[in-house]
Structure formats: C-alpha cells, structure tokens
Design a protein around this ligand. Structure first.
Ligand SMILES: [Cu+2]
Length: 127
C-alpha cells in the first residue's frame, strides 16, 4: 500500500504544480471608445505584432492598432492550439483598433487568425 502511494506521489505533485501555473484565462473584448488609458498599445503590422510580448497587471486593457496595409485579427491561442478559445476580435481594418481587457493572471498566447502561421507567437503575460 505504502509503495503504491510512493509510486503515485510524484505524478500527483506534478498535476498539482501544473494546476497552480494554469489559472483560468479570462478576458473581455471591449470597445476602444470606452477605454481612456490602455495599459499598453501593441502595433499590428504585416506580419507581426510589436512588441511581440508584453506584461501587464490583471485588469488591464490592451489596445491593438493596425499599422499595416492589410486587415488583421487578434485571436487567442495559436493555429494549432485552441484558436479563439479565450478571445477573438473582428477584423481590424487599416488604422483599425481592438481592445481586450485581461481579467485573470496567466499567459495569453495569441495570433492573427487569417494569417495563421505567418503571424503567431505573440503573448500577453498578465501578472
Ligand atoms: Cu494578420
């Protein structure tokens, strides 16, 4: 009996450790018109986000501004990892904006849905 627990314990600890680092990711797409002071502005370009990684406090609103000559989207996840499961914006036309409020701490990966693999790997780290 004791040896069985000894065998299972490392797996139980591992599962617990994973849980502790993976809080619920929660966001809200908000109207930029209602946001006076976004925590950070991220530029959307052909074909990247700049800066690619940002860190903001929980509750912050991040604003994306499309500076490219092409329409883009801001979509949570990655092309092959739960695309759009946490948030997703409509198309940002040229000069268009999108604002997302990040409610809970965690790492929010995102990409541009129409440009998939060419425009991925961006993240918002919420502390
Ligand atoms: Cu794009």
């Amino acid at each position: 009996m004791t040896s069985r627990i000894a065998v299972l314990l490392p797996f139980m600890l591992l599962a617990f450790a994973n849980c502790a680092h993976t809080g619920e990711l929660k966001t809200e797409v908000v109207s930029c018109a209602s946001v006076e002071n976004p925590a950070v502005e991220v530029l959307v370009k052909d074909y990247t986000f700049e800066p690619l990684e940002i860190t903001v406090p929980a509750g912050s609103v991040v604003k994306w501004v499309n500076k490219g000559p092409t329409s883009h989207m801001v979509t949570s996840g990655a092309p092959d990892a739960s695309p759009g499961a946490v948030f997703g914006t409509p198309f940002l036309a040229i000069g268009g904006t999108a604002c997302v409020k990040f409610v809970n701490p965690g790492t929010y990966d995102y990409f541009c849905r129409p440009h998939g693999n060419a425009m991925k790997g961006a993240k918002v780290v919420v502390e």
